[in-house]
Design a protein around this ligand. Sequence first.
Ligand SMILES: [Zn+2]
Length: 482
Amino acid sequence: MSSASAMNRRQALVSGAAGISLATTTSQQLLAQDSELQEPEPFELNYLLGSCMYGYSDLAEILPEIAKVGGSGIDLWPKVHGNQREQVAEMGEAAFAALLRKNQTSLECITQYKLGPFGLQEEFGFAKRMGCKTIVTGATGPRGLTGAALKTAVGQFIEKMKPHLAAAEESGVSIAIENHGNNLIESIDSMQWLMELRPSENLKIALAPYHLPQDSVILSDLIRSLGNSIAIFYAWQYGMGCMEKLPKSRELLQLPGRGRLNFVPLLTALKDVKFSGWTEIFMHPVPRGLPILDSTAAVTAEINRSRSYLSTCLKSIDEVSNSRNTTNTGTPGGEAKMTDDKKQTQKIIFDDYNKLNQREAYVILNQGTEPAGPGGYTMTKDPGTYICRQCNAQLYRADDKFESHCGWPSFDDEIEGAVLRRVDTDGYRVEIVCSNCKGHLGHVFEGERMTAKNTRHCVNSISMKFIKKGQELPAKIVKKKE
Ligand SMILES: [Zn+2]
């Protein structure tokens, strides 16, 4: 904990020194100091909506979606991916500003690949007038270089950028260079050189994991090294690529929670560097210029699906850091402190876990899933408590059970501290396990709006045992030390 927080502090200071203004830096430092004395401040992603996710749809139709995806602003894309920049040119800046006001949102980014890093003068003016602080573009220069040759080429690119960076500074705009395949700024080394050699903090990175090795560890190390020089984090993975026409289900694998990239390490790194830039849930459809799904509502729902996955990842990160920071409750003394009236008192014994039969072991020890259906506890409605089959720990109250019609027992809340969440080996679902014995319970889903708590623990009946209200709970088993 101490070395990790020292690391965070150092990185916060480094990124603070590279920050936007002295006032911001100071308050961030004060917050960082406070957070070591009190509760750590919650880390949240600041979402930006890419207009091209809706293809060539009208801005009047897209802007209301920003609030629905928890976004704070729009990233305006031109043709061929979208045409919203052209729409603004046609309607005029005053009309666009009025449209933004009407939807209580703002222009936060302009993406301009075609203009390139040396052709942004007019966009600086537009950005300044609209209060927009970020323009994304690509680099230019030789490709496929490594080592000293790469460093030299990046240095030459930066030299050429200097007058443009001066103009950007004057307009209060940052130029964020996106890493892109077949480009000077393509590799991890090239990004690190770009940030190391940059003469101005108005030169930043738009980080696209899509174009990098699909390895969570490599990507999270990169995020740590770039820190807050990342202006935009595209929550975007390779999936099966975006260059050839694929069935929609495969095309969508570019999105977080759909494809195989585990975003937990990436988000952990973003949290560690106290990332304060934008997060844009992103993918490219084939062909470009179409909405990623048929209707505006479907696009928004798909973005929210990814957002729900990312939020579950962040929760699992909190779970891990909380369980590291609190002492294990597997002692009688620890248990006695549980005065929460939601949890019945329960004796503790130190012993071997309950023996499991073959079917139980398949689910509980091997992450199996029992068939869906009305059997087991799916339809049980009696008052009482559901405990862990393997260790008897209390898991769920009958009060939190609801009828989800999914074929497995469903709860919208767990007994406090009873359940740990972790990203499933499939890389996108969130697995739930008993926090005492780590036996597999099932999966948790958020954002389905089935109950007010918007959470569904989908639990295998076989992982639990139901104890009716009034019956004595068997003692919770804490494993003997070997
Ligand atoms: Zn258990």
